[in-house]
Design a protein around this ligand. Structure first.
Ligand SMILES: [Zn+2]
Length: 443
């Protein structure tokens, strides 16, 4: 591996390896209906998330409803091949749009109960004031504007989803699940609702005691979890996430149905996956807290904290979607805010002045520019990016060249990334830079 890979996070590999890994991950959301029990079906790959149907005596229960009616109606149609009983209940595991927006597509004239937690809707936590920039970052993270040849996938979802009718089929909740949970029978199916904050504070998981099926929502999917989303999110309560998953493991399910990606079948496999997942989150949290208390800052910890050896190669913990270094930074900021405790960073030099000092240190603008180009040539892509960010501030520099170097370095990093959000973000920014769209923040 080149020094670039070592220096730049944990998800950089050779380009052909990155592509091979992402292509293999694609099997986790290949479109189809999976029957996981006599009366339980999960539709995978109809949009980004999963939707499930539980068949009862005189009706069915739908758990999560995809993003909008167009994707949901295709899943509903696929379900009808197995049962055309009326919908008695709809359950939202949490309030993210990819789980709630298509509910109406499953329902005819019947009026099903719609179940959600007490805190339903408090999920997002990002202030509306920053919506303009959040929207841009969302497009980059999911690679929504990438060309077909640049697209791979979104880590736990396919690259291309029908998004035009976002939320159009949302049906508001009619039954509130209390904070200590709920056990009931719907259409003859015994069903338990358990609050399980994690990715969102309003999350719950569903347990079918007779079928021994557990529907986890987005607190579990086949990838290291997205403890922080680079599109921009408020702090996700990492410790609660780990605890919620540990609680799920105590049910020892025969089948684990994730919010995204393929169900895991078999009591051993499902229980082990949940225990490993919980341990992985907890380990990243604990390592970060230990580092914080040893006085280390986020830049150092993001490189030091790793998944434990016995967990890092588990198929459901590969960092296709979530990233350990990003999780570490999120935990740091979530617990202590932006300040790393080092007085040097209380008032750092303004970027332009720092760039001038860097140029002086290098022997002049020309020499700094040469260092930038040489970093790219030596495949030290992260260093090339950092130098290009200095060069662009200098009045006497060739800023077009700096931009070219930045674009090339971003594409090179993207090619080596198997973390889908990173890959999509690098590529999207390279395209934006090339088209001049980033001019307000970069050139
Ligand atoms: Zn989701």
């Amino acid at each position: 591996m080149s020094t670039a890979g070592v220096a730049n996070g944990q998800t950089q590999v050779q380009p052909e390896t990155a592509l091979r890994m992402l292509n293999a991950q694609q099997q986790q959301f290949e479109k189809g209906v999976v029957q996981v029990a006599d009366n339980v079906y999960t539709a995978v790959g109809f949009h980004g998330a999963n939707t499930s149907m539980i068949v009862g005596t005189d009706g069915v229960i739908i758990v999560d409803t995809l993003f909008g009616p167009s994707s949901a109606s295709k899943a509903a149609e696929a379900f009808r091949r197995y049962s055309d009983k009326p919908v008695k209940a709809i359950i939202y595991t949490h309030s993210h749009g990819d789980h709630t927006g298509g509910a109406s597509a499953f329902v005819g004239d019947e009026k099903p109960d719609v179940f959600a937690t007490e805190t339903f809707g408090s999920a997002e936590g990002v202030n509306k004031a920053v919506e303009p920039v959040k929207a841009k970052r969302n497009i980059r993270q999911f690679g929504r504007n990438l060309s077909p040849s640049e697209s791979t996938n979104r880590g736990v979802a396919p690259a291309n989803t029908e998004d035009g009718d976002r939320g159009k089929g949302f049906l508001p909740p009619t039954v509130t699940v209390p904070s200590d949970g709920l056990k009931t029978t719907i259409a003859g199916v015994e069903i338990e609702f358990h609050n399980g904050p994690g990715e969102t504070g309003d999350a719950m998981f569903i347990w079918l005691p007779k079928e021994k099926v557990l529907l986890a929502g987005d607190n579990f999917y086949s990838s290291f979890p997205n403890l922080y989303a680079i599109r921009g999110t408020a702090y996700r309560d990492v410790l609660s996430w780990s605890e919620s998953v540990a609680k799920m493991a105590t049910f020892k399910p025969d089948v684990l149905i994730p919010g995204h990606t393929m169900p895991i079948q078999g009591q051993d496999a499902a229980t082990t996956a949940l225990n490993d997942y919980s341990e992985a989150i907890r380990s990243v949290y604990d390592q970060t807290v230990r580092g914080i208390n040893a006085g280390k800052g986020p830049d150092q910890l993001a490189h030091e904290v790793k998944l434990p050896e016995h967990l890092k190669d588990k198929p459901y913990l590969i960092q296709f979607y979530g990233s350990v270094p990003h999780a570490v930074r999120a935990i740091y900021a979530g617990l202590l805010g932006w300040y790393d405790g080092n007085p040097t960073t209380l008032n750092p030099l303004q970027p332009k002045l720092k760039a001038k000092k860097m140029a002086e240190l290098a022997g002049g603008t020309q020499e700094l520019t040469e260092q930038m180009e040489s970093a790219l040539a030596k495949e030290e892509f992260q260093w090339a990016l950092e130098l290009s960010d200095h060069v662009k501030w200098l009045d006497d520099a060739d800023v077009k060249l700096a931009r070219k170097v930045k674009i090339a370095a971003l594409r090179a990093l993207a090619a080596r990334e198997y973390n889908a959000p990173n890959r999509n973000y690098y590529l999207s920014c390279a395209n934006e830079l090339e088209s001049g769209q980033l001019s307000e923040v970069w050139f």
